[in-house]
Design a protein around this ligand. Structure first.
Ligand code: BES
Ligand code: ZN
Length: 460
């Protein structure tokens, strides 16, 4: 008989230690997109390994051709399901730096929130499960099921190494259920279990014009300005109704069932409050769909950055030699990144602007997923969330991508539990990213109970 009361007491007393261990990890600038951050990425892996070991788990670093994987496990419990916690210790670039109130890698507490790059995405959320599992050994109780941990360092750039190694790691990672906290609650205090994520296909598009920048007075009117060609090309990818113009793009898009639409309608999403939270005068998206449908279950196209031409102070009259953009398509289940890449190349061939050379660089991709919300593991998670949040969780899908999830479903044949402790306004990928400390502690609490409930599920 497990003693959850003593775990609760232990967790309340351990809050200062759980906070300082999170701060230690947040101080490490493990930006996977930036090659200069390689030593920091390595250092973050070691920090995670040490934290897992301190939590009483057997931990190791698994080298890859890129950022290392960190793996740990508790002892096997025969007859019980095996849970695999997945998370990531890498973070997005902190730019724009001048918009941070406190520096991105100097964790700072204001109004009950901890501010730092990676606070919610995903260092804070990933650690909740380390401490949720550690609470058992710390109160003299063996975990009621085996818990494995896989914390990687390349999620934010597409999990290329892990994807390559997954087939050979399948035995080591074998699990009945994969537990991931790298998403959000539906609203503050309203827990959610996420049963779907979008996929992504990410590119850099470059348009090359004259062999060097030209005086726009002498040459303007004679050559195609690559920045104008780029602007037109980008604008032609999506029409005014929010429909993406690639040939065959919607062919495999899984449509929403009426039941799903009805369930989401019942979530009473407030468009007006959402618009004012993000500071826009009005929302915009694909015609014929609600905001939640557009964010969770419809494919989209976005521009993430524009490059080229003069970016310094004052004016400079040139026709730039080139212009480029970082862009991506968010995908929904049944759309494959490789297929969309083909469609995009076809689109670019058909819309080749005159007088410039088009270059498309494929950066990374991942498929979307929908998992079974009726799984017994979802029911078990409901019990843990209800205890920690005092409220039962709603079932949602989300628009972000965790590229490895679809691969894990395929290679490990495991159920997936996406339990988000974050909030929509945590500022993931934005300046002043935060994690509400109450959510951090609630996440640890929920995790500690989760193991108890998952252990009650009979293996199918
Ligand atoms: N934590 C996010 C995924 C996420 C975001 C899930 C919002 C649910 C809601 C993850 O770390 C992330 O940002 N992934 C990237 C992956 C991409 C760069 C390959 C993303 O979605 O942009
Ligand atoms: Zn994340």
């Amino acid at each position: 008989m497990s003693d959850l009361e003593s775990i609760n007491r232990y967790l309340r007393e351990s809050q200062p230690s759980h906070l300082s261990q999170l701060e230690d990890l947040l101080r490490i600038p493990s930006v996977s997109a930036d090659p200069k951050s390689k030593p920091a990425v390595q250092q973050a892996a070691e920090c995670v390994r040490n934290t897992l070991e301190k939590a009483g788990l057997r931990a190791e670093i698994l080298p890859t051709a890129g950022p290392p994987l960190v793996y740990a496990e508790s002892p096997p419990v025969p007859g019980k399901p095996v849970a695999l916690v997945y998370g990531h210790y890498d973070v997005q670039p902190p730019d724009p730096l001048d918009k941070w109130i406190s520096p991105p890698f100097e964790p700072t507490i204001r109004n009950g929130n901890i501010y730092a790059r990676g606070a919610t995405d995903d260092k804070g959320q990933a650690l909740t499960h380390v401490f949720g599992a550690a609470a058992w050994a710390a109160t003299g109780q063996p975990l009621p099921l085996q818990v494995k941990f896989l914390i990687e360092g390349e999620e934010e750039v597409g999990s290329e190494q892990l994807e390559k190694m997954l087939p050979s790691l399948a035995k080591k990672l074998a699990a009945d259920v994969v537990v991931i906290s790298d998403s959000s609650q539906y609203a503050q205090g309203q827990p959610a279990i996420t049963y779907g994520l979008r996929g992504i296909a990410y590119f850099e598009l470059r348009l090359h014009g004259p062999k060097h920048d030209l005086h726009s007075g002498s040459f303007g009117g004679a050559v195609h300005n690559p920045a104008i060609a780029l602007a037109k090309l980008l604008a032609s990818i999506v029409d005014d109704d929010g429909r993406i113009q690639l040939p065959g793009f919607y062919d495999n898009v899984q449509s929403l069932s009426e039941a799903e639409r009805g369930m989401w309608h019942g979530l009473n999403f407030d468009d007006q409050a959402f618009a004012s939270q993000i500071g826009v005068p009005q929302l915009k998206g694909e015609r014929g769909f609600t905001t939640l449908e557009r964010r969770w279950a419809r494919p989209t196209f976005d521009v993430h950055g524009l490059m080229g031409g003069y970016q310094g102070e004052g004016g400079k009259t040139i026709i730039p030699a080139w212009a480029g953009a970082k862009i991506s398509f968010r995908l929904v289940p049944n759309q494959q990144p490789a297929e969309v890449t083909k469609q995009f190349r076809q689109f670019l061939d058909q819309h080749q602007p005159t007088g410039v050379r088009v270059e498309l660089i494929e950066l990374h991709g991942g498929s979307g997923v929908v998992v079974d919300p009726q799984s017994p593991y979802v029911a078990a998670a409901q019990l843990a969330l209800a205890t920690a949040f005092g409220k039962s969780a709603v079932l949602i899908r989300e628009g972000g991508s965790i590229p490895i999830v679809a691969q894990m479903v395929q290679h490990l044949k495991a159920d997936v539990l996406l339990l988000g402790w974050g909030l929509d306004d945590d500022g993931a990928h934005s300046p002043n990213e935060k994690f509400h400390l109450a959510d951090y502690y609630r996440g640890i609490h929920a995790s500690s109970h989760l193991w108890h409930h998952l252990a009650q599920v009979s293996r199918s």
